[in-house]
Design a protein. Structure first.
Length: 99
């Protein structure tokens, strides 16, 4: 029911079973539509990890999804959580309860 009538290309579950996990993405459950946005997003996250922090700790300078100078540390879950509040990502993403 949560997906009915919602126009989003990426569906992720939260870690709302944790005390402060309601707005945190659980990297164990990700459903992605095969779209230009999701293809670009996953290419961006891989590239951001590959280059590391980047010159002057700026990270990936130009993301395909429109972000600028963002870095991804840790793993894919940490990367997605670091960009979750940004409109370039959030406008395409539905976060639902992980319970």
């Amino acid at each position: 029911q949560a997906l009915q009538g919602v126009s989003r290309e990426l569906f992720v579950a939260s870690e709302d079973w944790l005390v402060s996990g309601e707005r945190r993405i659980n990297g164990g459950l990700i459903f992605a539509e095969n779209s230009a946005f999701t293809q670009n997003l996953f290419q961006d996250t891989v590239e951001a990890h590959r280059i590391g922090p980047g010159q002057g700790d700026r990270g990936l300078e130009r993301w395909r999804i429109g972000l600028r100078e963002r870095r991804c540390g840790g793993n894919d879950q940490a990367c997605l959580n670091s960009i979750f509040g940004l409109s370039e990502f959030a406008d395409h993403t539905l976060l639902a309860s992980g319970l």
